[in-house]
Design a protein around this ligand. Structure first.
Ligand SMILES: *Cc1c(COP(=O)(O)O)cnc(C)c1O
Length: 489
């Protein structure tokens, strides 16, 4: 007899688990249903930060105790992005079906790196559905990722592999005959820089091509830079185009860029983190159809497709290049013709992770719960809301737009009547907005100016929420003006 007897990690009484789960279901559904009545954001109290430390030697706690602590100490201080008036950064809202799918995902606890089980087939199926929904080549191969940062890294790794002159997985960067150079606009996302750093290329060899007044890449500057680099013995390998820049939602000129990449024999990667969703809207279609020209495309499902964190994806036009860039099946992961070793290519061969969560299930639920038509309407609604905010700002003499509203992002600032440091003023305005917590926006820097930034990737937002925020920004702006004037007195 083992000293451990019948010890497992399972509960002694499964009924305890069942009863707390039943309560959590009722509480959380009700919480989401009434989220509008809550503050969008409450800061974590200082004493709570201290209290969160717990001793590792603690006696085991029962589910109920832990759940009560969750309700009191964790739930009230969520990140706000489930709220209808959250427009900070580019955050997704989450979908009600995510409650169901995450519970079921946790139950099955599938490792979707590989092995012959339903996860393999379901992920293949959702990827193939995504290829029908979005302008992606039918022959491309894909993989679900932890977000667009990882998706960009996978796309750029494939680019580096395809463009290397001696197999880079064997010979490494140093044995390439020429120094590789990557190109993107000065509006590219930080994850592009990070990916290229991780690939061992170094920031010195990223060319941040200046953007035009509409924040799209200056393609003639790109052309000149490529020529210049070739003439000095460097090797241009990849252009990263943006469909929806993170700062302003700008689109690079895909027609010209893909043409140039073809002529120059350069890999074209598209970062369409949230911009991809605009392809559902007829107005953008003729343009987004060009996404099909890319060698690799990365986008998120947890931003503007509202799915629970985290899930993004990447598609690579040439499956063989995709596999050659990532596949590794040592003895202990060998595939075979029968048993659980079967199933053909495993998802670990298309990306970085070996052990992977069963993200495919929430995608499968969400795509069917919402359906393409309702997704399209939700995207259109958010674009309309952004245009509405843009119009309100244009008509106001207290606010000014700092970038054209081309998609779902509004960049603007408050114009104080008194002569003040305008950047400092708007920063103070943003602090006060957050501290009141009724709605959330964030900020960025555009051509040296501090800009307030509102990104609408929120299916819960109604036009009335936009009207509310607009009025509140004016009210809080006046308050700041008042307080700064009295400071001066
Ligand atoms: C958010 C974003 C990313 C990074 O995606 P994550 O899912 O946050 O990793 C990359 N590019 C753009 C344009 C983005 O908006």
């Amino acid at each position: 007899m083992s000293e451990f007897g019948s010890l497992t990690g399972d509960p002694e009484d499964w009924g305890d688990l069942q009863s707390v789960l039943h309560r959590a279901v009722d509480d959380m559904v009700e919480f989401l249903q009434h989220i509008r009545q809550e503050n969008a954001w409450d800061p974590v109290p200082e004493d709570l930060k201290e209290k969160l430390k717990f001793p590792l030697s603690a006696e085991p706690k029962n589910y109920d105790e832990l759940y009560q602590t969750f309700l009191k100490e964790i739930k009230p201080y969520h990140g706000g992005n489930i709220h209808p008036r959250f427009w900070g950064w580019v955050n997704g809202t989450g979908l009600p079906s995510g409650l169901l799918s995450s519970f079921l995902t946790a139950t099955l606890n599938i490792n979707n790196g590989g092995r012959d089980h339903i996860g393999l087939y379901l992920e293949r199926q959702v990827l193939s559905t995504l290829k029908q929904i979005f302008p992606l080549p039918a022959e491309s191969s894909g993989v679900l990722t932890g977000g667009c940062s990882e998706a960009n890294l996978i796309g750029l790794t494939a680019a580096r592999y395809a463009m290397s002159d001696s197999d880079i997985r064997i010979h490494g960067i140093k044995e390439q005959s020429k120094q590789m150079v990557f190109y993107c606009s000065d509006q590219a996302h930080s994850s592009i820089t990070k990916a290229i750093e991780l690939l061992g290329i170094g920031r010195k060899f990223i060319r941040y091509i200046k953007s035009l007044p509409d924040f799209s890449m200056d393609v003639s500057a790109l052309k000149n830079q490529i020529l210049k680099d070739r003439n000095t013995g460097l090797k241009p390998v990849c252009v990263i185009a943006n469909i929806g820049t993170v700062n302003t939602g700008a689109f690079d000129d895909l027609g010209e860029i893909s043409q140039l990449c073809k002529e120059e024999g350069i890999w074209l990667h598209i970062d369409a983190a949230f911009g991809m969703m605009s392809s559902l809207v007829p107005k953008y279609e003729s343009y987004t159809n060009l996404i099909r020209e890319a060698d690799s495309v990365a986008f998120d499902l947890h931003k503007w497709f509202y799915m629970q964190y985290d899930v993004g994806c990447v598609f690579i036009k040439d499956e063989l290049t995709h596999l050659k860039s990532f596949s590794s099946r040592p003895d202990y992961l060998r595939g075979d013709v029968r048993g659980m070793m079967g199933g053909g290519h495993w998802f670990t061969e298309y990306g970085i992770q070996l052990s992977r969560s069963f993200r495919a299930l929430k995608v499968w639920f969400a795509l069917q719960e919402i359906g393409v038509e309702r997704f399209q309407s939700l995207i259109e609604k958010n674009i309309e809301e952004a245009n509405h905010m843009g119009q309100l700002i244009k008509n106001s003499h207290k606010l000014e737009l700092l970038a054209p509203v081309s998609l779902n992002i509004i960049c603007f600032r408050y114009l104080p009547a008194i002569k003040l440091d305008i950047d400092g003023f708007n920063r103070e305005l943003l602090f006060r907005i957050h501290e009141e917590g009724n709605f959330i926006i964030s900020s960025t820097n555009l051509r040296g100016n501090f800009s307030l930034r509102m990104a609408i990737t929120n299916h819960r937002t109604l036009v009335s929420d936009i009207d509310y925020a607009f009025k509140e920004i004016l009210r809080i702006g006046e308050l700041v003006e008042g307080s700064l004037v009295s400071d001066k007195d």
